[in-house]
Design a protein around this ligand. Structure first.
Ligand SMILES: [Mg+2]
Length: 398
């Protein structure tokens, strides 16, 4: 059954096709992700290296359809699905069945390939076909190497490299004064970097992310100093708290800063997921995020103190994202799911954005997993153009 890439899939028409396939093979592999360069520090963590080792699962059906995606789980959680009917593990309308959540993303890829359609069409094609994306790989490279720091030109170089790839938005890590530099100098460097990128890339959007590395007072100082840089998003300036965000809002209004506030990535309590890239255990409707955490975020959103939720793609979980996106939209809040650190997560997030809608911008991670072909995707005017290729549009080369 083939579907036009531009059309949503009818769940009623899709389900019989899924029921015709049984899974006959489930293969786990550990892959090697490669960034185009070593990625430096953020406010709190040391170098982010050259790419991690994501685990994937490859699913094959008795009719020879193969789907695959990241699935950071043990074999004991997946092998039991050999022999299962795809239609019993996956519902075209609701997504992955609870018991099959360890294979949530591989099942999305497989189901979409059975239907001959991109994942976003399976999700209803409610978002744009050209998805805004930013480079999420602009870290504190000015501070390295430690014995001879390269300074601001190093950050400009990173932006230039990603500009040449097609990016027209950069998320600058800030918060140098949290622990890497004396606080006043660190704040000044953050301001100088922001101004330098704005001057060199006038056609690009600028987002900033402090990883909660500022005090509320210091951050208001940063905003006043960078007010004329036309910031698009401010992410995690300090641990989210109503009074501090009210004061920030006031300062932004006075300074003419119209940035959206993005928050929620860092959890306040231990949830059900063990790692940022781990598959979330279904503890709440929001996966590994607690009800308390989400209630607090929604309360801040109701006062327009937070505009974008940056809760993680996989801590929530792909299927649960499909289910909760209408709740965010109803609350007047957008999503920009946290996608760092694996390059493939950018494309999973882009498919979610094109499928479920309500995503203002996707976190882009330059680079690719070795042995995977990403070429179905291309940039146009800084947006990622969604391919008509089936599944997530990422092809295993071997
Ligand atoms: Mg962040």
């Amino acid at each position: 059954m083939a579907a036009s890439a531009s059309m949503p899939i009818s769940p009623a028409a899709a389900q019989p096709a899924l029921a015709e396939h049984r899974i006959v093979r489930i293969e786990g592999r550990v892959m090697q992700d490669r960034y185009p360069r070593t990625v430096g520090r953020n406010a709190k963590l040391n170098s982010h290296g050259r790419g991690g080792s994501p685990r994937i699962r490859i699913l094959e059906t008795d009719q020879g359809v193969v789907g695959w995606a990241m699935a950071n789980v043990d074999d004991s959680a997946t092998q039991k699905f050999i022999g299962a009917r795809v239609g019993d593990l996956f519902d075209a309308e609701a997504g992955t069945a609870d018991e099959a959540m360890p294979l949530d993303k591989p099942l999305h890829d497989l189901a979409a390939r059975i239907l001959g359609a991109p994942v976003y069409a399976l999700l209803g094609a409610k978002g744009p076909r050209e998805v805004p994306v930013y480079s999420g790989a602009i870290y504190l490279d000015d501070l390295d190497p430690e014995n001879n720091p390269r300074g601001i030109p190093a950050v400009i170089d990173c932006c230039r490299q990603d500009y040449d790839l097609g990016y027209r938005a950069f998320k600058l890590k800030i918060g140098r004064g949290f622990k890497w530099m004396p606080r006043p100098e660190g704040i000044q460097r953050d301001v100088d970097v922001t101004r330098a990128v704005r001057a060199r890339f006038p056609d690009c959007r600028i987002l900033v992310d402090a990883n909660d590395g500022y005090t509320p007072d210091d951050f208001r100082g940063y905003v006043r100093a960078a007010a004329d840089c036309d910031l698009y998003v401010i992410e995690e300036p300090f641990p989210e708290e109503r009074e501090a965000l009210l004061r920030l809002k006031e300062t932004m209004e006075q300074a003419g800063c119209k940035a959206l506030i993005a928050d929620g990535e860092a959890r306040k309590e231990a949830g059900g997921a063990s790692a940022a890239e781990g598959e979330a255990k279904p503890t709440t409707r929001y996966g590994g995020y607690t009800r308390e955490h989400m209630d607090r975020l929604y309360a801040l959103a109701a006062e327009k103190l937070v505009h974008v939720f940056v809760i993680d793609l996989d801590i929530v979980g792909f299927t649960r994202w499909r289910r909760v996106m209408p709740e965010l939209a109803a609350a007047g809040v957008q999503a920009s799911p946290h996608a760092w650190a694996c390059t493939a997560r950018t494309y999973y997030t882009a498919q979610l954005a094109a499928g479920a809608g309500n995503v203002n911008i996707v976190e882009g991670i330059p680079g690719a997993i070795e042995g995977v072909d990403y070429s179905a995707y291309r940039f146009k005017d800084g947006n990622l153009v969604m391919p008509g290729a089936p599944g997530f549009g990422l092809e295993l080369k071997r």
